[in-house]
Design a protein around this ligand. Sequence first.
Ligand code: SF4
Length: 326
Amino acid sequence: MTWARVKARLLEAGAVRLTGAPVDRYIERSSAGPSAGGAGSVFFSAGGRRVRLEIRPEAPLVLEHTGSGHARILMDDDVLEGELEQVGLHCPRQAYITVSAGCIFRCRYCPVPTQPERVKSPEEIERMIENVIDRIDAISITSGVVGSVAEEEDRVCTVLEKIARFKKPVGVSIYPREGTPARLKALGVTEVKFNLETATAALFGEMCPGLRRDALWTALRESVAIFGRNRVFTNVIIGLGETDADIEACIRECAAEGIIPVIRPLNPVAGCSSYVRPSAERLLAVCSLHGEILREAGLDPRLALTMCTACTGCDLVPGRDSDGER
Ligand code: SF4
């Protein structure tokens, strides 16, 4: 079975039950991203490719830690041998830091607004990075929105001034306002990700009340001009009720503008807890199409230095997880 096929099955399952030796040093507990607030995740890699799996005692899939990071996943018809990876901060090889855990918005699929609000100071973030500097290649910064969009951007910009001294590629994913891409560029940011979140405008209106899709598109288009092709990303969740044609149209629209979409399988939590995760077959078919469209547009996710496209833990990433096979 190809890696893409195996990973699609693991992403469909989303979680593992742990057995064997203790895994404490490999567990990551997030305050942002698709697993925010859960019991933690592990990163499993095989042949240099990676998947993030939530830890859930009731999960049908079993991950056995045989010691010293060696692990295997027991699938119905297969045993997948690999390694558990240590994280930098949030994910392997990066310090991926959430500045503000908390949000004034209430996107239906997102667990962040239901968790305790906490804002990290620039000094705290500097210390966090110092502690992992010998095991990271990149710094990624994200944030909820605490106070207002403008206040949050100012807070993130102050952090960016502080962390420039680490001389690592920096990726930033925040909710943008007018002029955000140029301000981030002036502070030395290498890559940006502004999340469209849904494949269609109608679903966006339903899922993300109060957010402006036109502001996201403006920021994304400006960013391609400022940061260049292959340096601008957007998360699009798959599994919110969109059709395959909707996903295809969204990928094509992004690629035509020089933007690389990150096709993120829904983690059914918060207001979407009754939804089901997208199937492995659907993820594989969309990944194959995604790869074709990006190739035609001359875009290459393998060039990403920061954030989710460099990490690959939560998504099937064309070029990194698959070379287009189905
Ligand atoms: S793919 Fe993105 S959200 Fe998922 S673990 Fe990696 S950095 Fe975090």
